[in-house]
Ligand binder design. Structure first.
Ligand SMILES: Cc1ncc(COP(=O)(O)O)c(C=O)c1O
Length: 398
């Protein structure tokens, strides 16, 4: 039995059976590379599913986390802690937001956003204003409220009854939202680019149109930037590309660069609906997670990482489009920055498996869309390696 098989057998005997994991046991990482327990090296275009924004073991994060761990790990939100205040200030300074609620994951950030929107309406005396409009193909998490907001039956089956008051419309269809919005609409919740839904970029004018509909109807606009935020699309937040800012925005994934943290950001007006006791999280914004997030943001804001990631995003997109021109099994290439998708006419899983065998981690969503979300520090040389490997694999399948 290999070391990998040994660990897999132990996992099979003790872990909940919720993931179809690849037959690899990863042990350590550095930059854009990870190594398994057998010593095999992989180039990482998954980055923890758009989490490890600065790659693995970035010295700024390692330093921040070790120093914070030796100072203060946790005390609870009964007290003020300086890393949380510093992080909130930084997020507000660089976004539309005035206030931040911290939690531990994307789903929790969306839970906070949904609760905030309903409370905001109630505080204004609109008892019937409870509905949240979400988009088909979207993804917002796995808790009961967020899996209901996730308008994809495959994530919901078996967990009914779902949360009442959530209504679905097709993505990128402004007229459909216009028909759905009414006096009962508390908020529209949307990803600026659908990530799990297959890297779907909306048409020009869509997000601005949603902003206008919210302004006219009194509903709040919530952007779920759990996947698109923290530099993933080449800007700190994806909404900056469209100049349409939300009332509430949720973050997680890249925010902690690998340390779990989520955040729900809001304008002063929307945030006023949360008063002491209205919402809480034991671990939310604890010093360790905030220290990691501060390190991520400082590197992104002070250095040239964002600028370089934009260039690399363009380079990756161009390389993928070249493959599309050469290979008819590539149906579409779409994305922004280092959030890129390649839709195939065939199943993506065998391609992902082949990549893994060749020491390259990529991921597939919606069965046929290969997703590329490398660390934002990825280099041209590493992208060339991805494109070469992908080209060799796809040519075999034409
Ligand atoms: C857009 C979006 N929202 C929410 C989530 C849920 O985040 P988490 O898994 O941290 O709960 C995800 C996760 O993939 C996501 O992509």
């Amino acid at each position: 039995m290999t070391e990998t098989e040994g660990w897999m057998a132990r996992a099979g005997g003790c872990l909940a059976n919720t993931y179809a994991r690849f037959p690899v046991v990863l042990e350590r990482g550095k930059g854009c590379r990870v190594w398994d327990v057998e010593g095999k090296e992989y180039l990482d275009f998954v980055a923890g599913i758009a989490v490890c924004a600065l790659g693995h073991c970035h010295p700024a994060i390692v330093q921040a986390v070790t120093s914070q761990a030796a100072t203060l790990l946790h005390v609870s939100n009964l007290y003020h802690v300086t890393p949380q205040i510093r992080l909130a200030e930084l997020l507000c300074r660089h976004s539309f937001a005035d206030r931040v609620f911290f939690c531990n994951s994307g789903a929790e950030a969306n839970e906070a956003a949904i609760k905030l929107a309903r409370k905001y309406a109630k505080d204004r005396g609109s008892r019937e204003r409870v509905e949240i409009i979400t988009m088909e193909g979207g993804f917002h998490g796995r808790t009961m409220a967020t899996v209901t907001a996730t308008a994809q039956a495959k994530y919901q089956q078996g967990f009914e009854p779902l949360l009442p008051g959530i209504r679905y419309v097709p993505f990128d269809d402004l007229a459909a939202v216009e028909r759905a919005v009414g006096p009962e609409t508390a908020a529209i919740l949307v990803e600026p680019i659908q990530g799990e839904g297959g890297i779907r970029v909306p048409s020009a004018g869509y997000l601005q149109g949603l902003r206008k509909l919210c302004d006219e109807s009194g509903a709040l606009l919530i952007f779920d930037e759990v996947q698109t935020g923290i530099g993933r699309t080449g800007r700190l937040f994806a909404y900056e590309h469209w100049g349409a800012s939300p009332d509430i925005m949720t973050l997680a994934k890249g925010l902690g660069g690998g340390v779990p943290i989520g955040a729900c950001l809001a304008t002063d007006e929307a945030a006023a609906a949360f008063s002491p006791g209205a919402h809480a999280s034991t671990f939310g914004g604890n010093p360790l997670a905030c220290a990691a997030a501060l390190a991520v943001l400082r590197v992104l804001l002070e250095g040239r990482v964002l600028e370089q990631s934009r260039r690399m995003g363009d380079y990756l997109a161009k390389g993928l489009l070249d493959l599309k021109d050469r290979l008819h099994i590539v149906k579409d290439v779409r994305g922004l920055g280092l959030l890129q998708g390649m839709e195939l006419t065939i199943e993506g899983k065998p391609v992902v498996d082949d990549c893994l065998a060749r020491g390259l981690l990529i991921n597939c969503t919606m069965e046929r869309v290969l997703r590329f979300v490398p660390p934002l520090i990825i280099t041209q040389h590493e992208i060339d390696r991805l494109l070469d490997t992908l080209s060799q694999i796809l040519i075999k399948r034409v």
